[in-house]
Design a protein around this ligand. Sequence first.
Ligand SMILES: [Zn+2]
Length: 228
Amino acid sequence: MYLGGKVYCPLCETTFRTFLPFGSERRPQALCPRCHTLERHRLLWLYLQEQVKIKERPLMVLHMAPEPILQKRLKNLPNLHYRSADLTSPVAMDLVDIQALPYPTASFDLILCSHVLAHVPNDRQALQELRRVLTPTGQLLLQARLHSHATTVENPNAKTPQQRLKAYGQADRFRNYGHDFAQRVAVQGFKVKAVEYANSRTPEEQAWLGLGNHELIFVATHSAHGVA
Ligand SMILES: [Zn+2]
């Protein structure tokens, strides 16, 4: 029904007439009709191939809260040693709490953590754990929904799902990140670079690949001086 040649999903490698609208604000050209991935997943996959050289380098990879299609693509790469982990997801290889990871220190060269931290009760503890299991030269790639406010909104009185729904608009969130997200990551001992990778493409290519919402990729590496 959506077959056509107007847009292309690099994750399921299929062309369509259109991507589908998605989200509470109904973003157009967002959802892949076949593999159900969004703009941010396609963007991350392009970044992994082009910048991380994910298909070429031997890497120890940890994928938090794995998106099924991305997991499938990564699992099939023979050069990777791949683990995926989540608190509850049946798709994940390991059931873990991101605030207390069961892996040895400096186990992974690359960690993917997309739209996870807002759902973790203690995101600072989670970042400490991600830093611990990341090799000193490794990269942690983060994606997060950033709200329009400058400072992250966190209400310690919002303890129940119902109170969190009221405070954050979603019962399973523990905070709404603002534009201080990179700084919040950095103080846990990271150097953080915010990459607007959609801009590596022309507007026509962005439309072809469905990268319309220009989500940032935060590339975090160990800062030389450790925890600030
Ligand atoms: Zn797709």
